[in-house]
Ligand binder design. Structure first.
Ligand code: FES
Length: 157
């Protein structure tokens, strides 16, 4: 049984569960995304079309149809973070990660950098989310320490 089938076997075929199922499938994927094959299995399971599953996946910014790094960095670019230096922080992030643009994945597949709207932590601006963890009041030095923590985690952890 593949991962997706295993995950689906825990759920009723109730479309209200679709978002939960999608998150679980994405988390179980080594590259943090929903594959074409997943979407077909979901369509069969929920008795709908693959196009409608695709529509849901592409609507939610936390979900992806493209392979991403093991760690997803979401950098806030909303106004409070902007006036607190979000864009120089994002430049520092790109430099540290060795990527040219937001949206790219590092060569070692450890990180993908994406933009985010307000993360609800404006008092701690500028902030980023790495996977589920928020980091705020960031500067370049703090950033290096945080990235090296994730770099040093084993690829399979
Ligand atoms: S504006 Fe960045 S956390 Fe609110």
């Amino acid at each position: 049984m593949n991962n997706t089938r295993q995950i689906l076997s825990k759920y009723p075929a109730d479309r209200q569960k679709l978002i939960n199922v999608l998150h679980e499938i994405q988390d179980a994927n080594e590259y943090n995304y929903i594959t074409e094959n997943d979407m077909q299995q979901l369509a069969d399971f929920f008795n709908t079309t693959k196009a409608s599953i695709y529509g849901v996946v592409t609507y939610y910014s936390m979900l992806s149809t493209k392979p991403r790094g093991k760690n997803l960095i979401r950098a806030c670019k909303s106004p409070v973070c902007q006036i607190s230096g979000a864009f120089s922080l994002i430049d520092a992030l790109k430099k540290e990660l060795g990527i040219d643009q937001v949206g790219q994945t590092t060569a070692d597949k450890m990180f993908t950098l994406e933009y985010s709207e307000c993360l609800g932590q404006c008092a701690m601006a500028p902030g980023i989310l790495i996977n589920e963890d928020f980091y705020g009041r960031l500067d370049e030095d703090k950033l290096k320490g945080i990235l090296s923590y994730y770099q040093n985690e084993s690829p399979s952890s």
